[in-house]
Each structure stands twice: as C-alpha cells, then as structure tokens.
Design a protein around this ligand. Structure first.
Ligand code: SF4
Length: 275
C-alpha cells in the first residue's frame, strides 16, 4: 500500500482558494502547502516541538460552513451557497487543526491589526540592539516588524531593563532584554535534548528565562538552542559579537544579503525608538 493513500486528505479554503491538505494538519503548515509565497508569521511554533501558543503572532480568521442548529441542514445564502460562520475573534493558527470545509483568512484587516498589535507589544521593551546584535539580518522579530509592524513606536515610557550577559551554561549566554518568551529553547531542551533545565520565573513584564535551581544549560545540544531562538536572545558565548551572517565573503549573494540586513536593522531601529 502506498504511504500517500494512508493519509486522508480534506479540502479547506484559504483566502478564497480551495486546497487539499492532510487531515489534522495545523493551519501554519496548511498555508505552506497553499504556497504562492504565503506564510503565517510565527515565533514560538516549530514543527518538531509541542505547541505552546504563547507568541500570538500567528493569528488568522477562521470560519466553518453554517448548519441549522435544530435540523442540521446547511444554511444557504441567496445564491444557494452554504454560508460561512466566521468566529468573532481571530484564532492562533498553530493550535488550529484543519477540518473539512474550514475557511481561513490570513490577510484580512482584523488579522493585520492583530499582528500589528502583537508586534507593537513585543517591541515595547525590546532594546535598541539591532545594530550590534548577532542575529541581525536573520532575526524573525526584525523581519516581522518590517512586514507586520506599525512602522513607528508609540511607547514614550521608560523601557523595562532586564539582565544582560546571563550565563546559562558554559557555552550559552542569555541576553534577557531580547527574549520574547517564546519558550522554544525550553521545549527544545525538554523534548529533543531530553533535559528539562530551562523555565520562566516571575510574571508579566518581569518574566525571565532561567535554569532550574542547581541546574545549567550543559546538555550536548545546548548550542542548538542558540539556533532555534528566533531572536538574538541566546548567543554562543565563544562567538558573541564576533559573527554576522554566516556566509563566505565570496558568495555572490553576500552583499545583497548584507544590504537587506542593513535595511531591516534601520527599520527595526525606527520601530523600537519613540517618534
Ligand atoms: Fe524564545 Fe529565545 Fe527567549 Fe528562549 S531565549 S524563550 S528561544 S526568545
């Protein structure tokens, strides 16, 4: 029996286009299948990790074909097409699994406004580190700030100052101000490396990433947490401030990438500082 025939496909509608996707797949992955450059922006979601749903960046609008509650009959519009009942609020795509007939909007006004709000919220206390950050040019927060952000900061209060240069282990240094509390590193250590060493302490604005008492980030895959961090919060102690864009100078696209990275750094600096 072919493997393909074992997986049941269902049809869902994404931005007006019907597509076949494997049953139960989440909406972030379904949108990837829809292709055409579509992407649902996200920070905490990773296909190999459990779903946390704490960054709230992957908001989409979701609707299901309407049925009469009493009779179970399809509710039709004046053209004889089944009506779609849209949820009044956007939902997170990472924790929403595709089901038959589901309708998704990834680019409506309410979705754009949600991403805009989440981005503004994440940048409120983010430091103006982009010009010196190891992750600059490859930072998801930078990219999504440019694509989905407001374009300027309305925050005129004092930014929250968190610890810098916190050593989590012999190889990894945490820049706490840059952390967006996505918990990717926490879940990676627990679920992939098999060592439950990281967690968050304190509440709200004061939440910080730390190791459990008496433990350190010393497992054999500790440096992979640097790679999986979507921003520049986890850095390799040996390479901190010594590397930028891991491409050889001879690469033909190097200068292009460098120029684009510089554009994003400039944009991010505008977004994290008051007007
Ligand atoms: Fe996420 Fe990076 Fe913060 Fe870990 S250090 S919670 S991966 S942003």
């Amino acid at each position: 029996m072919e493997i393909q025939s074992i997986v049941e496909n269902i049809t869902i509608n994404i931005d007006g286009q019907d597509i076949d996707v494997p049953k139960g797949i989440n909406i972030i992955e379904a949108v990837k299948i829809a292709g055409k450059g579509k992407e649902v922006p996200h920070y905490c979601y990773h296909p190999k990790l459990s779903i946390a749903g704490n960054c709230r960046m992957c908001m989409v609008e979701m609707g299901m074909p309407m049925r009469d509650r009493g009779t179970g009959e399809a509710v039709l519009d004046e053209n004889g097409v089944q009506k779609i009942g849209w949820m009044p609020k956007p939902t997170i795509a990472c924790a929403t699994n595709a089901s038959p007939g589901m309708h998704i909007r990834t680019n409506s006004e309410i979705v754009k406004e949600s991403r805009n709000g989440v981005t503004e919220f994440l940048l409120i206390n983010h430091p103006l580190d982009c010009p010196i950050c190891d992750q600059a040019g490859e930072c998801r927060l930078q990219e999504f700030s440019a694509e989905h952000g407001r374009g300027y900061s309305r925050f005129i209060e004092q930014k929250n100052v968190k610890p810098k240069r916190t050593k989590l282990g012999s190889r990894v240094t945490l820049d706490d101000e840059r952390c967006i509390l996505c918990s990717r590193c926490v879940r990676f250590s627990k679920e992939i490396a098999g060592e439950d060493v990281l967690g968050f302490v304190d509440r709200g604005t004061y939440s910080t990433l730390t190791c459990y008492p008496g433990k350190g980030l010393e497992h054999n895959y500790s440096l992979n947490t640097v790679d999986i961090c979507p921003v520049g919060a986890l850095t390799s102690t040996d390479f901190r401030f010594k590397m930028l864009l891991p491409r050889p100078l001879s690469s033909p696209s190097f200068h292009d990438r460098r120029r684009r990275a510089q554009d994003r750094r400039d944009a991010a600096c505008r977004f994290t500082s008051p007007p």
